[in-house]
Write a protein that binds this ligand. Structure first.
Ligand code: ADP
Length: 681
């Protein structure tokens, strides 16, 4: 037995016990190695005509034996010679694949130098595949348009097998050689290499699983279902087929029943028919191979995208929109992004996990990489695939977040621009998207204290009171009469009620449209945005709308001073509840209204008070009275009588009425009800 070097032993121990967080990825690693072996042989065949390999014959086979507790991954790739087994599997952190890749790069560089008339090129190893793990054939580079995806790079993936196996046996025969060798190890002390037999070139990796333990049931890997699941999850887009013999069952002729394929619906059998089943073996290709995101968008049908989306992201509905992105340069990647047609039920849960699936050379690294998406686009699903990622050693995460940041930035831009295009070119589709996810976009603006408004404001839609449909802020301004100095909005529970609000009507009467907002985040979002295209955003409920004409202002001031005593008396009667009582010219046909002074609006107060218990800030409320309304003369008369009790009762009624119109809670419902009753009797 050859012993692992001390350092190697320590490293192996680290590998098995600390580097990986997830045991099941051992299969991903073995399949990646098998795919690399197939790629290497294929590449060798491109430059060496004596290698008669057809790519379509290359593949990976998966099998298991419940009795012997073994899982086997076989490939018909390049195979390993005795030396290669020793070097690649006997030395931890030695990667034949990395050497191969470097050979490729070197060969490509060499070829380039040669073109300049100067002989350069790589001096890496022999070009003969029979030597086991060849450096890339001289002069070869990954063929354009048909790239290979060598996955291995760290020289440790293989050892992840020891997380689940107590013994690993590797039987390999190098291409072009007629001897096979078996490498065997328990992953603790060392390994042996002995002669073996194998039909044809390639490698079998045979894992004998550890006995089940309390905390880990290794038995789980001895099932078709589990192996299929793991291949689909991690290795679905490996370019070579991963096949497994599976047991299927079919009905055999009972009385009046034809043999039927299990995928076809069973024919209706007569009630007394006895249907018998028999098992049969079938080879199933477990992976779908072609990564759809590597194909040009023009070559993929909507149906294909929809099928992929529904299958990989577990949605029963086709996506509302599909975006693709291909970046080339030092960090090349493909991204395929989907906007779902409906919001997932848990979108607003704090446990909702945003993220895109991150692949490296077609192999899944992370199922939901959150760093790739901003919070306001957390609803976007999809895939990012890059061969240029610096993965950490377990290939479960990245070494450098700067790469993720760079990709995330591009993706953010892409989503903004694609949504913008949809908004102007396919409004119906965009409205559907906005209905599902607009709240999150508004929240993004709010959470950034308005900093994101410059990128996101154009994606907002609001219901226009005038147009009676959703409009963008740009469309609102384009339709505004000249001289309109602000964008007016109103916040409330629903559009029908808002349309009837006196303050909305009074702004509309002046010829201005009002955006009707019905989401809790609206007022907050509007107030942090403050303005759009230099036009201030103004809530119709704020006390200083600035729409009064000079004449109206004078009239109001005259009335206010004329009735100063009445206004003071009402204010006094209401105590702390209001900061001010005024007369107003914007109340249309209601007797009284309520507005807020200062930065906090009544709507914000409503949202905040619905939050967690405790102190929440209160607005400075202003009770506005309509001097045109008959009730006003009643008030004037009561004041003239000097009946303080009556004034107090009227004040309570008007104040509470105004709260009700605003959709706010009445402070003291009993006092209000009694005041109304007294008035009626
Ligand atoms: P990596 O794949 O990152 O290089 P591994 O520890 O998984 O690291 O494998 C070490 C080396 O062993 C590989 O680089 C490759 O040269 C060789 N190897 C592993 N599996 C196979 C295989 N199925 N066929 C041929 N060579 C293999």
């Amino acid at each position: 037995m050859k012993k692992f070097k001390t350092e190697s032993r320590r490293l192996l121990d680290l590998m098995i016990n600390s580097i990986y967080t997830n045991h099941e990825i051992f299969l991903r690693e073995l399949i990646s190695n098998a795919s690399d072996a197939a790629d290497k042989l294929y590449l060798a065949s491109l430059t060496d005509s004596s290698i008669g390999v057809v790519r379509s014959k290359l593949g990976i086979e998966l099998s298991f034996d419940r009795e012997a507790r073994t899982v086997t991954v076989s490939d018909n790739g390049i195979g390993m010679s005795k030396d290669a087994l020793d070097k690649n599997l006997g030395t931890i952190a030695h990667s034949g694949s990395l050497e191969f890749r470097e050979g490729l790069a070197g060969a490509a560089a060499g070829a380039a130098v040669e073109k300049d008339g100067e002989k350069g090129g790589p001096s890496t190893g022999s070009a003969s595949p029979a030597s086991g793990d060849p450096a890339a054939p001289a002069g070869a580079s990954a063929p354009a348009g048909d790239p290979i995806d060598i996955i291995g790079q760290f020289g440790v993936g293989f050892y992840s097998s020891f997380m689940v196996a107590s013994k690993v046996r590797v039987v390999s025969r190098a291409y072009g050689s007629d001897e096979a060798w078996a490498w065997e190890s328990d992953g603790v002390e060392g390994y042996t290499i002995a002669p073996a037999t194998r039909d044809g070139h390639g490698t079998d990796v045979i894992l004998t699983l550890k006995p089940d333990a309390e905390e880990e049931k290794y038995d789980a890997f001895l099932s078709e279902h589990e192996l299929r699941r793991l291949v689909r999850k991690y290795s679905n887009y490996v370019r070579y087929p991963v096949r497994m013999e599976v047991t299927k069952s079919r009905s055999v002729a009972g009385v009046g029943v034809e043999a039927a394929d299990e995928s076809a619906p069973a024919p209706a059998a007569p009630a007394d028919a006895k249907v018998e089943y028999e098992d049969y073996q079938e080879t199933e290709t477990l992976n779908s191979m072609t990564p759809i995101w590597k194909r040009a968008k023009a070559d993929v049908s909507d149906e294909e995208y929809a099928e992929f989306y529904k299958g990989d992201f577990h949605d029963y509905m086709a996506p509302a929109a599909t975006f693709t992105l291909r970046a080339e340069g030092t960090l090349s990647y493909d991204a395929l992004l989907f906007v779902p047609a409906h919001a997932p039920y848990d979108l607003y849960n704090k446990d909702f996990e945003k993220g895109l699936a991150l692949y490296s050379s077609n192999v899944l690294i992370m199922e939901r990489c959150g760093d790739l998406l901003s919070d306001h686009f957390n609803f976007v699903r999809g895939v990012v695939d890059s061969a240029d990622l610096n993965l950490n050693i377990s290939r479960e995460t990245l070494q450098h977040n700067s790469q993720l940041r760079a990709i995330a930035k591009r993706i953010e831009k892409k989503i903004v621009s694609e949504l913008g295009t949809l908004c102007s070119e396919d409004r119906e589709c965009y409205e559907g998207i906005f209905e599902c996810f607009g709240r999150g976009i508004k929240y993004g603006i709010y959470a950034s204290y308005g900093a994101l408004a410059s990128t996101l404001a154009d994606l907002l839609l609001y219901y226009s009171a005038k147009e009676e449909k959703m409009v963008t802020l740009r469309e609102y301004l384009d339709a505004a009469p000249s001289g309109q100095e602000a964008i007016y909005y109103a916040v409330g529970d629903n559009e029908a009620l808002l349309t009837k609000m006196p303050m909305v009507r009074s702004v509309r009467d002046r010829g201005y449209d009002v955006l009707l907002c019905t989401q809790d985040v609206d007022d907050f979002c509007m107030s942090v945005m403050a303005a759009y295209d230099e036009k201030p955003l103004k809530s119709v409920a704020s006390s200083d709308l600035g729409l009064e004409t000079e004449e109206e202002r004078q009239q109001r001031e005259t009335l206010a001073s004329e009735h100063e005593k009445l206004l003071d008396a009402l204010r006094e009667a209401l105590g702390e509840k209001v900061a001010k009582v005024t007369v107003s010219t914007r109340l249309a046909d209601v007797a009284a209204g309520i507005s807020a002074e200062g930065p906090l609006s009544l709507e914000m107060e409503k949202v905040l008070s619905a939050g967690p218990e405790g102190q929440f800030p209160r607005t400075s409320r202003v009770l506005e009275l309509n001097p045109e309304h008959p009730v006003f003369s009643t008030l004037v008369a009561a004041e003239a009588e000097g009946d303080a009790e009556k004034i107090g009762r009227y004040a309570t009624i008007l104040y509470n009425q105004a709260l009700l119109i605003e959709g706010l809670d009445v402070d003291d419902p009993l006092a209000y009800a009694q005041a109304v009753s007294e008035l009626m009797t």
